[in-house]
Design a protein around this ligand. Structure first.
Ligand code: NAP
Length: 292
């Protein structure tokens, strides 16, 4: 039987750290604040927004929503982002993706200042991850995978990590973050041959394909740690991951459930990034006063 890597345990310790940081900020009269830009009324976006808002409230972090219509113009979105770039009281900005198809996503997202890019949506944040430099923030989901591994004391050094999925939101950044933690990485995608053998060879599996129950018992073996990022709805209408949990759990050493794994950690990471951005800004302004 596998150890179940519960997101709520990670979130509890992460929230304690965030609360300490918020206390420090408030002692300096700084109220950390998240700006949320949502275009249209997509149910997935609304659900994530609801969770983010609840987590902000729980952790005494302010937020403000900027809701734009589905047929918004590129100029209006860019204006909104630029307004938030300049806003002294906003420390981080969340923009729901993908944007409606009539908008130039690349151009719009890269308008956001890297200092406020708390969900790693800009090319500069991504460059930071690939260069191993502290620049911007990693996408929250990728950070959540790493936080889960760290929390449960899973050492990545020398391990073979296989990541299924190569998106900029999860697969690519998590690969680079695992590489930084000295894992040897393999990234699989729809053109990969012999996915079964690739996944079976892994010590650490990160499943981020967006395909319900795609990783089955024949992909798995004893000794593996499985991080299931997938959020899917199965044929019975239930929420499930990319890994067939009931098949995997008796085989592998440790696994994250869906729901109850990566998802909840992701929301706290978002709040942590906002708080870290506020702390960085506070320290920068203190330094500039000292140097005057
Ligand atoms: P995405 O942009 O659709 O990317 C999926 C990736 O998986 C692609 O690289 C694709 O390969 C690969 N893939 C899909 N089916 C495959 C298959 N049968 N075999 C091998 N590779 C396959 O999705 P995403 O945004 O990365 O999200 C992935 C999953 O994570 C989704 O279920 C999403 O809902 C979930 N998610 C969860 C969180 C969270 O907080 N827990 C946050 C974000 C996303 P190609 O590149 O070749 O097409």
């Amino acid at each position: 039987m596998a150890q179940i890597l519960l997101g709520k345990e990670v979130t509890a310790s992460l929230n304690e750290e965030i609360e300490e940081k918020v206390k420090t900020l408030k002692e300096h009269q700084v109220m950390p604040k998240l700006g949320i830009i949502r275009i249209g009324e997509k149910q997935d976006d609304i659900a994530y927004e609801r969770n983010a808002v609840k987590r902000c409230e729980k952790l005494s972090v302010a937020y403000e929503k900027f809701l734009l219509p589905e047929d918004v113009t590129e100029e209006m979105v860019i204006d909104t982002i630029q307004k938030l770039n300049k806003a002294e009281d906003i420390h981080g900005v969340l923009v729901f993706r993908p944007l409606p198809s009539h908008l130039d996503e690349e151009k719009i997202l890269n308008t956001l200042d890297v200092e406020k890019d708390v969900d790693g949506i800009t090319n500069l944040s991504m460059a930071g991850i690939f260069a191993g430099k502290e620049m911007g923030y990693a996408p929250c989901t990728a950070s959540a995978c790493i936080r889960l591994l760290d929390h449960y004391g899973i050492d990545c050094t020398g391990k073979k990590a296989v990541i299924v999925g190569r998106s900029l939101v999860v697969g690519k950044p998590v690969s680079m973050m695992l590489l930084k933690k000295n894992a040897t990485i393999t990234v699989c995608h729809t053109k990969t041959k012999n996915i079964k053998q690739e996944v079976q060879a892994a010590d650490i599996v990160v499943a981020a394909a967006g395909s319900a129950g795609f990783i089955k018992k024949e992909h798995l073996r004893t000794g593996q740690v499985v991080i299931d990022v997938g959020i899917n709805v199965n044929e019975e209408g239930n929420l499930c991951g990319d890994v067939a949990f009931d098949e995997a759990e008796p085989i592998v050493d440790a696994i994250t459930p869906v729901p109850g794994g990566v998802g909840g950690v992701t929301t706290s990471i978002l709040v942590e990034h906002v708080v870290n951005a506020a702390l960085l800004k506070m320290k920068a302004s203190e330094n500039s006063i000292t140097n005057m």
